[in-house]
Design a protein around this ligand. Structure first.
Ligand SMILES: C[S@@+](CC[C@H](N)C(=O)[O-])C[C@H]1O[C@@H](n2cnc3c(N)ncnc32)[C@H](O)[C@@H]1O
Length: 309
């Protein structure tokens, strides 16, 4: 019997039941997301969990392992949120700090990335961003001969791009964490992808890319304007960059605090881009004004291209 009748996917029901037993306070939040999910969600989540559970089994892991990872990530977010509300700042301010604490720690990275990939199908705003991406990407099939993803993490966005874009397109990945590269390699299982274990600031390529994806990385660097400018230099003349970044979202690896969406738009323009399409998804059921006032996370996503000169 399905415990959460709104969601017809068995693994999601199992996850929700386990979380209700292990963290009843958090499970109340999940219930709200479940109410939002529809038939399309059931289709996407069904396909995702089929693939993801296979990956877990191939690594001798179970869905319980992934749930445990997710709950560790939630504990981190809760601790970071308490500090953030007290100080008004993210707990880390330098890349070196975060690199030592997170990216260079295989244990932390593993639970973080498995937790994050589950959140894509458990949190309404994470699912909404993913849905926005996969609904819009087909517009770029004809113009994308080369695709770059920076900060691939678990590899979910990359796997969808491989499905959607042309079979002839080339795929390149840059990520600073060995754990992310390994997980994304296993999740996508595709020999067409060139993986680069590197800091994006140390990456160069002779050919420019037609499409670049940068999911939740901008807030991980000390100078997001420098990162967007770097990506502008890697983008082809008519290329498109899709990026996501949150406002007011404390996490163990977030450095740069965006207080509101306008601050993000400002650096987009400063880096020589114009916005083609954008969305802002609220993490709680509040108005955008209340989110800014009470420092509640908003996940911003945009398709941008080089500004006309
Ligand atoms: C929060 S995860 C995002 C995962 C995925 N893109 C998403 O949207 O859910 C951030 C990823 O960016 C990578 N990363 C952070 N700083 C980076 C840098 N300077 N260069 C390359 N990768 C970086 C991390 O290793 C991690 O895999």
């Amino acid at each position: 019997m399905l415990y959460y009748p709104e969601v017809m996917i068995e693994p999601v029901n199992y996850i929700c039941e386990r979380i209700e037993a292990l963290n009843p306070i958090h499970s109340k939040k999940l219930r709200k997301s479940m109410e939002f999910f529809d038939d399309k969600y059931n289709e996407l989540a069904g396909a995702f969990f089929e693939k993801y559970i296979q990956l877990l089994h191939a690594e001798n892991k179970t869905l319980d392992y992934a749930i445990d990872c997710y709950l560790k990530m939630i504990a981190d977010v809760n601790a970071e949120t308490l500090e953030f509300l007290r100080t008004g700042k993210y707990s880390s301010s330098t890349f070196d700090e975060v690199n030592a604490r997170v990216y260079a720690s295989p244990e932390t990275m593993a639970y973080y990335m498995h937790g994050l990939i589950l959140s894509q199908f458990l949190w309404k705003h994470h699912y909404q961003v993913f849905d926005y991406f996969i609904n819009t990407l087909p517009q770029y099939i004809n113009t994308t001969k080369s695709y770059l993803e920076v900060g691939v993490g678990h590899g979910l966005y990359l796997s969808k791009s491989l499905e959607i874009l042309d079979d002839e397109a080339s795929f390149t990945v840059v990520d600073i964490s060995e754990t992310s590269i390994t997980l994304a390699k296993h999740f996508t299982n595709n020999s067409r992808i060139a993986f680069n274990l590197r800091d994006i600031f140390d990456f160069d390529n002779e050919e420019k890319f037609d499409f670049i994806t940068l999911g939740e990385v901008l807030e991980h660097v000390e100078d997001p304007l420098k990162l967007l400018s770097k990506l502008n230099s890697l983008l082809s003349e008519n290329g498109t960059l899709f990026f996501t970044t949150p406002t007011n979202a404390p996490a163990i690896d977030h450095i740069y605090l965006f207080n509101n969406v306008e601050e993000i738009r400002k650096i987009v323009r400063q880096a020589g881009f114009q916005i083609i399409g954008e969305r802002a998804f609220l993490s709680e059921e509040v108005s955008p004004e209340k989110a800014e006032k009470y420092k509640i996370a908003v996940l911003y996503a945009a398709f941008i291209k080089k500004a006309d000169v």
